[in-house]
Design a protein around this ligand. Structure first.
Ligand SMILES: *Cc1c(COP(=O)(O)O)cnc(C)c1O
Length: 339
C-alpha cells in the first residue's frame, strides 16, 4: 500500500530509534529531563526566541499559543481554512473563549491589507481584535508558503494596532527549505510559533511551541491545564532532536516528488485541475460529476491511500517513507486508473 494520506504516517528510522533508546531522561514536570531541555533550547535557539515547550501535539502547541496571547471575548484574525480554526475541534472558542474573523486568502495566504480592514474599531459592540494567526505552509492552500516580505507587512499592521502574532508552523521547515529565509526573522515577528516534529520531520510524536520570555510561565501553566505536561518525555524529545539534525534538508526531496506527482496528475483526463505544488502537498480537483467520496476508495483498491479534501478534491502528501520507487509505482497506478 502506498500511503499518501499525510506526512504524519511515517515510522521512526533505525537511527531515530537508536537516539530514542539511548536518551537520557528525567521527570520533565520537575524540569529534570535533560533531553527535553536540550530539544527546547535547540528550538528556541533556531528561532532566536527566549523559550520553548515540548508538547504532545501541534494542536496543543497552537492552543497554548492562542491561550497565552489572549483574554476571553477577544477576536483572532485568520484564514478561513486555517488549522487553528477548522481542524482543532473548536478549541479557540472552547479553550480560550475567542471569536474568529475569517479571511479568504490566496491559497490560504492572507494579506496585510485584509488584516487591516478586519481589525475591529474600539467600540463596545465589537470583540477586541487581539491576535493575527498565520499558517506556513498552508495545509488547505496546498502547501503554499509566504515570502518574508508579506509577513513583514502583516507584522507592521499588527504592531501599529497593538495586535500579537501567532504562527502555526506545523510545516514551517518545508517553507524555509524553499525560501531559505532565516528562522530568526520569524522569531522577531511572532510572539508564539509552533512547529511539528511528527510531520515531514518524521518523529513519531511531538510539537514545540516557541515564545518570548514574558510567556514562559503562562505557557508552561497552560500546558499543565491541557494535560500535556509529560514525565520521561526525553525518549520522544530525542526523536525530535534527531529529526531536526537529520531530516530537515531532505524535505526538498519530498517537494520534488510532490511536483512530479502534480505534473503526472495534470496530464490525466479525469483530473480537472491541480493546485500549484509548492512543497509536499498535492491537492487536485476531479472532473465535474466525479466525487472524492467515490474516487478515494477506488484509488485505495488500486493501492494508493489518499484523503478527500472536499466533495471533489483529493489531497496527497509526500513524506520520509515515500521514496522514488514508490513514486514510480504511484505514477504507474495513476496513469492506468480509468473512469
Ligand atoms: C498537522 C497540523 C497541525 C497539528 O496537528 P496535530 O495532529 O495536532 O499534531 C497544526 N497545523 C497544521 C497546519 C497541521 O497541518
Amino acid at each position: 500500500m502506498i500511503d499518501l494520506r499525510s506526512d504524519t504516517v511515517t515510522k521512526p528510522t533505525s537511527g531515530m530509534m537508536d537516539a530514542m533508546m539511548n536518551a537520557e531522561v528525567g521527570d520533565d514536570v520537575f524540569g529534570e529531563d535533560p533531553t527535553v531541555n536540550e530539544l527546547e533550547e535547540k528550538c528556541a535557539r533556531i528561532f532566536g526566541m527566549d523559550g520553548a515547550l515540548f508538547c504532545p501535539s501541534g494542536t496543543m502547541a497552537n492552543q497554548i499559543g492562542m491561550a497565552v496571547l489572549t483574554q476571553p471575548y477577544e477576536e483572532v484574525i485568520c484564514y478561513e481554512g486555517s488549522h487553528i480554526y477548522k481542524y482543532e475541534g473548536g478549541g479557540l472558542h472552547g479553550n480560550s473563549g475567542l471569536s474568529v474573523r475569517l479571511l479568504k486568502g490566496d491559497r490560504g495566504r492572507i494579506t496585510a491589507h485584509d488584516v487591516k480592514k478586519n481589525i475591529n474599531p474600539d467600540d463596545q459592540h465589537f470583540p477586541t481584535t487581539s491576535v493575527v494567526g498565520l499558517e506556513n505552509t498552508v495545509n488547505k492552500g496546498g502547501g503554499s508558503y509566504y515570502n518574508l516580505k508579506e509577513i513583514e507587512e502583516i507584522n507592521e499592521v499588527a504592531r501599529e494596532s497593538g495586535l500579537k502574532m501567532h504562527l502555526d508552523g506545523a510545516r514551517l521547515f518545508n517553507a524555509l527549505e524553499e525560501t531559505r529565509d532565516d528562522p530568526r526573522d520569524y522569531g522577531k515577528m511572532f510572539e508564539t510559533i509552533s512547529i511539528c516534529l511528527s510531520k515531514g520531520l518524521g518523529a513519531p510524536v511531538g510539537s514545540v511551541l516557541m515564545f518570548d520570555r514574558p510567556l514562559k510561565r503562562s505557557a508552561r501553566r497552560r500546558r499543565k491545564t491541557f494535560g500535556g505536561a509529560m514525565r520521561q518525555a526525553g525518549f520522544l524529545a530525542a526523536a525530535g532532536i534527531y529529526a531536526l539534525e537529520n531530516h530537515v534538508k531532505r524535505l526538498k526531496e519530498d517537494h520534488r516528488r510532490a511536483r512530479e506527482l502534480g505534473s503526472c496528475l495534470n496530464a490525466l483526463s479525469w483530473v480537472e485541475e491541480v493546485l500549484p505544488v509548492d512543497t509536499n502537498i498535492v491537492i487536485f480537483k476531479l472532473r465535474p460529476g466525479m466525487h472524492s467520496s467515490e474516487i478515494v476508495p477506488e484509488l485505495e483498491d488500486k493501492g494508493i491511500l489518499s484523503v478527500a479534501f472536499g466533495p471533489d478534491e483529493i489531497r496527497l502528501v509526500t513524506h520520509l517513507d515515500y521514496r522514488d520507487d514508490d513514486l514510480e509505482k504511484t505514477i504507474d497506478i495513476l496513469k492506468k486508473f480509468r473512469r
